[in-house]
Design a protein around this ligand. Structure first.
Ligand code: SAM
Length: 202
């Protein structure tokens, strides 16, 4: 089968799946990830955004993992339609996202956005609505992020908040305090991520 990973990042999911399929395409606009992906021989890489991408094949399986949030809000619906149009009859799309409310991982994000007075709308709400039109099946699952202490967890979170570096430094102590409720007796900090999976079949 032909498999397409939209926003494949450094390619860990694509690499695993590529072992089970005939051809793997990855769309990845970020230059650093693109260079990392080039090391993988079995994968065809398109260094562009999904908005502007026009692969010359149809796919049996399209994965869009944690990428919807990066699509322009007004184009989300149309970009999912584009995935559907690139699907062969009988093919599947799997869209993964982080739940808008559940999970302590989301809670610390919401807390930070509140501190900096930033209105953040989770793309998961939009996904729920859009995928309903395709009669998508939805499933949910949880994973945990475990750090050896609060500093390490804040280093991990810093990746998500890189756009707000000054605010992140300014509210570092507040965030550290917030994490204390998720710290166990050995000092480990554990945050839970609630994921939603939307499966569309053509
Ligand atoms: C949170 S990462 C997820 C990476 C990977 N899918 C995973 O689950 O490990 C989001 C990825 O989407 C890519 N991305 C951002 N905007 C995109 C767009 N408009 N079209 C395609 N990919 C995009 C980013 O460069 C990044 O690699």
């Amino acid at each position: 089968m032909n498999f397409l990973d939209i926003g494949g990042g450094e390619g860990s999911l694509a690499s695993t799946i590529s072992k089970k399929v005939r051809t793997t395409f990855v769309i990845e606009p970020n230059q650093n990830f693109y260079r990392q992906l080039l090391k993988q021989k079995k994968i065809k890489i398109l260094n562009e955004k999904w908005e502007t991408s026009h692969p010359n094949v149809l796919f049996d399986f399209i994965l869009a993992a944690y990428v919807m949030t990066y699509f322009p809000k007004t184009e989300r619906k149309q970009l999912i339609k584009k995935m559907y149009n690139f699907l062969r009859p009988g093919g599947h799309i799997l869209i993964l996202s982080v739940d808008a409310e559940k999970g302590s991982w989301r809670k610390i994000h919401t807390y930070f956005y509140k501190l900096i007075r930033h209105t953040h709308n989770s793309s998961d709400e939009a996904l729920k609505q859009i995928t309903r039109e395709y009669k998508a099946i939805s499933k949910s699952f949880k994973t945990r992020v475990i750090a050896k202490n609060a500093d390490e967890m804040l280093e991990i979170l810093g990746f998500d908040f890189y756009k707000y570096q000054n605010d992140f430094s300014k509210f570092f102590d507040d965030l550290k305090k917030f994490l204390s409720r998720y710290t166990d007796s050995s000092g480990k900090v554990i945050l839970e991520i609630a994921h939603n999976a939307y499966i569309i079949k053509k």
